[in-house]
Design a protein around this ligand. Sequence first.
Ligand SMILES: *Cc1c(COP(=O)(O)O)cnc(C)c1O
Length: 367
Amino acid sequence: MKRINVTRSSMPSLEEYEEEIRPIFESHQLTNMGPVYKKFQKQLIEYLQVPELSLFVNGHMALEMAIDALGLKQEQGEVITTPFTFVSTTHAISRNRLKPVFCDIRPDDYTIDPAKIEPLITEHTVAIIPVHVYGNVCDVEAIQKIAEQHGIKVIYDAAHAFGVTYKGKGIGNFGDASMFSFHATKVFNTIEGGAIAFHDKAYGMPLHELKNFGIHDEENIPAIGANAKMNEFAAAMGICNLRRMDECLRRRKAAHDRYFERLSGVKGIKLCEPQKEVVPNYAYMPVCFDETEFGATRDEVFRKLAAHDIYARKYFYPAVNELNCYKCYSDQKTPIAHRISTHVLTLPIFEELSTDEVDRICDIILH
Ligand SMILES: *Cc1c(COP(=O)(O)O)cnc(C)c1O
């Protein structure tokens, strides 16, 4: 039996990629927002149905720079965010010298609980950074209302939500900005890459400058930027993978539906139910195990699968506010995030995972 990891990168054929990078070998323009970058950017704007989009070297730098471009770097500034995420979300806040304020999550879809946001708002709050975790859509309406009432910004970490739509709109249309990640392990990849989607054209220039050392023109460098540009080879990979998205989603859905057939209704197992008015992307397959009802702990299931060369992941364990680098915030209690992080396992799901393999994984879990 072959080893199965939690994910496997989707890739085009070598010939198809070769075709796409041929012009780069002819022009010798390898980076700095060249023609392939621009072509890919245009295609993505269409695919994601967003008005504006800036491409980055990865999702993390995109989020770090969005926080800066939106003018949120303020003395003593605080950002309300979720502890149930990849540590990148919190790092992007902290590396901008802002204080993360952890808000607990909802027990059903694991996104930030809007009912718990308001009590955390202080005179120092500058923004909310929620996460569409596993591609589950946050309560964008409630979050928007709170943000407007308090005059604060919202930046979504949409790293998991590529291609998701809510009420017929691309997920990148909510809040002031949304970050997408195109890392090799995500639903859609450019090897490494990321983007910020936004609607206020005013953010376009600062984002563009920040990712290119703050350079406005040769003699004029108004901002202290860094280097976070997407290169032409990554953009070419994006063009190839975007072409394959429908096929990729169709196959992910088949694996996802098979998991649901096998696991839903099993005592002690909780799956994320489909959300209303959401077109999902089947990015992850999170399963919560209740040891008293299921008869095994999350860690026992994890080890049992590993013994069969199947590698599920404990996304996201520990919760971010329980990591050593954020222990200083351990007084901020988020019991639901703690409970989910200690009980959840994300099972393998990727384009090439067959329904037979899903059956094998489910057989091991259930027997
Ligand atoms: C992957 C990920 C990121 C970081 O994206 P990179 O492209 O890997 O830098 C940020 N937030 C979440 C929730 C992620 O899963």
